[in-house]
Design a protein around this ligand. Structure first.
Ligand SMILES: C[S@@+](CC[C@H](N)C(=O)[O-])C[C@H]1O[C@@H](n2cnc3c(N)ncnc32)[C@H](O)[C@@H]1O
Length: 438
């Protein structure tokens, strides 16, 4: 094994952008032959320095990577825009097995990519809706905001924003700091109807709903019964979320979350408790209370009992949209919950959470946040989620921080989780003031 050590001197104020670029490096490098794993870390004494340790099976693998893949990934990530200089050292192993790669990280990235494939139909849907709405012609002559589009064409401003964000990860539109959106060169060439190369008709042809139904109907040709178009099954969904945690997401959360001084965790919409279980196992001082819907209770009871944690984790029936919290805690976790809610609802939910925190307590929000940098697997999935749940929020981390602050908190920590299965960011916040009740 060989290790390439890169000491990155990040430009002051560019750490967040650099970490987005580093995630792109990580995701693409992990697919190259001979890649073993990597570690990205930071010393608290050097806030503008990021240390990257990249492990390869052999020097030949590293050389092949440098010759074949390095420049392509560098151009994609645009990391150079965010650092002043880098120092590179190649380390030879002098004790066999002295370094073991962090396989959980690449497990998470691989599970995330597989989940992304299962959501690929959203890409077709976004493209079809955009073409039907004539978005590319609308943006052909002048840039527009989502509000301009809603005014001109009707519909909800937020839905237009969701559509534009989905089209951005397809590299068909781009926006500026004033929220003005325009076509990319690709869209101008292939999606504007005045172009002789316009692919509009082929897109409408290929994405016909009857074609999509036909694709799923293929199953009958290999002897399966007709697919069920009915509503999703709650137990299946909770089992899917639990499998996401098991595929590396729980480990990543545990390495990012800070539970020092926390003895009671309230896990809102905690499902069958995959994160409460992992966090209680890792933190012997911790007890957790899961708040969830009635249909979740028996499933969660079973999972908690199987984990042998019924003495430390309770599940309480609660509708987080409607009433004050039934329990108080030192930390309140919203994991993969808030993006399904509207912006106003989030503010109300968080305002109630604030009153349920013990003195010195904190709010923790982890979710799949929209990313505005270069496309990554998680950026694709976050943007496409807007197509899945139009009234739900499709927030960037900064936008979520704004809502958290409006609900009466100070944001104290904001980090990206990388790689990830589905949660790409974590925000911690403390109440501006803790009231006994409001
Ligand atoms: C996307 S899952 C997230 C589960 C888990 N926190 C995770 O990160 O894997 C959303 C959870 O919120 C619960 N939920 C949905 N609406 C709710 C409501 N109004 N009140 C309480 N829980 C709710 C669902 O039952 C589900 O367990």
């Amino acid at each position: 094994m060989i290790c390439k050590r890169i000491k990155v001197h990040v430009r002051p104020g560019h750490l967040d952008q650099y970490l987005v670029a580093q995630r792109i490096w990580n995701e693409h490098t992990a697919r190259c032959p001979g890649y073993v794993g990597e570690f990205v870390g930071q010393s608290p004494n050097e806030p503008d320095v990021v240390d990257v340790h990249l492990y390869w099976q052999s020097r030949a693998d590293l050389e092949r990577f440098m010759a074949v893949d390095h420049d392509r990934i560098a151009a994609l990530s645009k990391a150079e825009d965010h650092y002043e200089r880098i120092e590179v050292t190649i380390l030879n192993a002098i004790l066999p097995g002295a370094v073991s790669a962090d396989r959980d990280e690449s497990t998470a990235a691989r599970a995330g990519r597989l989940q992304q494939v299962s959501e690929a139909f959203r890409e077709s849907a976004a493209l079809r809706v955009a073409v039907r709405a004539g978005v590319f012609d609308l943006l052909d002559q002048s840039s527009k905001t989502p509000a301009d589009l809603a005014k001109q064409c009707g519909g909800e401003v937020n839905a237009w924003r969701h559509l534009l964000r989905a089209l951005r990860v397809l590299e068909l539109v781009e926006s500026d700091e004033n929220d003005l959106w325009r076509n990319t060169a690709n869209a101008t060439q292939f999606l504007v109807t005045r172009s002789p190369m316009c692919q509009r008709d082929m897109i409408l042809h290929n994405t016909q709903p009857s074609y999509i139904t036909r694709a799923f109907g293929f199953a009958e040709h290999i002897g399966l019964a007709a697919d069920d178009a009915g509503s999703t099954d709650h137990a299946l969904f909770l089992s899917a979320m639990s499998a996401t945690a098991a595929a590396g997401q729980a480990d990543i959360l545990m390495s990012a979350i800070d539970l020092v001084g926390v003895s009671t965790l309230i896990d809102v919409g905690g499902a069958t408790g995959p994160y409460s279980i992992a966090l209680c196992r890792a933190n012997p001082q911790l007890n957790a209370v899961i708040l969830d819907q009635p249909a979740t209770i028996p499933l969660a009871d079973k999972a908690i009992a199987e984990a042998g944690l019924s003495n430390r984790i309770r599940i309480v029936e609660y509708d987080y949209r409607s009433s004050p919290f039934p329990e108080r805690g030192d930390a309140i976790l919203f994991s993969n919950v808030l993006r399904g809610e509207t912006a106003d609802e989030i503010q109300r939910i968080l305002a109630r959470a604030r009153t349920a925190l013990n003195e010195g307590g904190k709010l923790i929000v982890t979710d799949l946040f929209v990313e505005t940098g270069s496309p990554t697997a998680s950026a694709w999935r976050a943007a496409m989620f807007g197509i899945h749940l139009p009234p739900g929020t499709n927030y960037t981390m900064d936008e979520m921080c704004e809502v958290i602050e409006k609900a009466g908190f100070n944001v104290t920590r904001k980090i990206t989780l990388s790689p990830c299965v589905v949660m790409n960011g974590l925000i911690e916040a403390t109440p501006i003031k803790t009231w006994a009740s409001t």
